[in-house]
Design a protein. Structure first.
Length: 89
């Protein structure tokens, strides 16, 4: 933090904005990666449930809400994956 004080408030604000953007971008990348993994393991309901459980532990609350919507749409025509929906509650 000491090095931020040398550059003044404008630099501190820039760094803060950069960090917020970086965290948001990384979180979004994790969400997209989760969807990719879930698509790839959807052939096996056990694997799908395990990956879904991992995702629910790692994602941010607002991403879990988005994931819930996505999973409902994705599993609409895949009844074998309905057993994993109990994890979403």
């Amino acid at each position: 933090m000491v090095f931020l004080l040398k550059f003044g408030k404008s630099y501190t604000k820039w760094i803060t904005n950069y960090v917020i953007i970086k965290i948001t971008t990384m979180a979004r990348a994790m969400f997209e990666y989760t969807k990719t993994v879930l698509k790839k393991v959807s052939f096996n309901s056990d694997l799908f449930c395990k990956e879904l459980e991992k995702a629910l532990n790692r994602l941010l609350p607002y991403e879990i809400e988005e994931l819930t919507i996505w999973v409902k749409q994705f599993t609409a025509n895949k009844p074998e994956l309905y057993v994993c929906m109990t994890l979403m509650r």
